[in-house]
Design a protein around this ligand. Structure first.
Ligand SMILES: [Zn+2]
Length: 249
């Protein structure tokens, strides 16, 4: 951690000019600098190659150590560079409140392992759900809402959450503050320990927009006393309204 901190402050000294100067002037959002942003984009591509190599479903649960192993041993992926690993550590260990994310940390171990026996694969989704309460609630919910309700995201270990976060920051042109409104940093997602997302069959990306709240599936789900939505409107975590995200205690 300490060598990584030193390297970071050194880099920020030599690269003082922000990448997107105009946007910097207009808001207090925090951006990656030019060197960090280049590493982030390389990291994003490497994680996509890893996902293609091990498969979408496996990618949801793979551990940090296994990801490093595959990257190191398979040239199709290629080993993570030290700059990329610095970013990974930074995103996992730093305090995201600086970006306006106030959710609780759900995972303290970057090497968190999710064992096969802890989860169950839901057919035709490429996703897993934790056995026990999450599995029971998902089946009960499917029965009560009907077959147009689908699982859109389940268990996500650190690498999967990292990849979503990195991809979001890439899409936000290095604006970490903006990315953190719609995605928890790795180590802060409830998908790593319990929760899952549902959607309406055939709705694609719209399942991850506020439009999901207008569906019949959502209104049925809303009427069930055993289901709670984690990120309601104006939640104190600083996360956008997510009507699709089911809270499991
Ligand atoms: Zn979710």
């Amino acid at each position: 951690m300490f060598s990584f901190m030193k390297r970071r402050s050194f880099l920020s000294l030599i690269v003082s000019a922000p990448l997107f100067a105009n946007e910097h002037l207009q808001s207090s959002d925090i951006y990656l600098d030019a060197i960090e942003y280049a590493s982030l984009r390389a990291l994003n591509q490497r994680l996509k190659r890893l996902r293609a190599f091990i498969g979408y479903a496996n990618f949801n649960v793979i551990s940090y150590q296994d990801a490093l192993f595959y990257a190191r041993n398979y040239p199709k992926i290629g080993a993570f560079t030290s700059q990329e690993l610095s970013l990974v550590e930074r995103f996992f260990y730093e305090d995201p409140r600086q970006y306006g994310f106030y959710g609780k940390r759900t995972c303290t171990n970057i090497e968190n392992i999710i064992a096969d026996k802890e989860v169950i694969k839901i057919p035709y989704t490429g996703h897993y759900i934790f056995k026990g309460e999450a599995e029971q609630k998902f089946h009960r919910l499917s029965k009560d809402v009907g077959e147009t309700l689908i699982l859109t995201s389940g268990v996500r270990n650190v690498i999967k959450q990292l990849s979503l976060y990195v991809n979001k920051i890439d899409h936000c042109h290095g604006n970490i503050t903006k990315a953190s409104i719609s995605l928890a940093p790795p180590g802060y997602s409830y998908h790593t320990i319990s929760d899952f997302d549902v959607g309406r069959k055939g709705w694609g990306y719209k399942n991850f927009t506020a439009s999901f709240a207008q569906t019949q599936e959502f209104s049925r789900l809303r009427g069930l006393d055993y289901i709670r939505i984690r990120y309601t409107e104006n939640n104190t975590d600083g996360v956008r309204f997510e009507p699709w995200h089911v809270e499991i205690t």
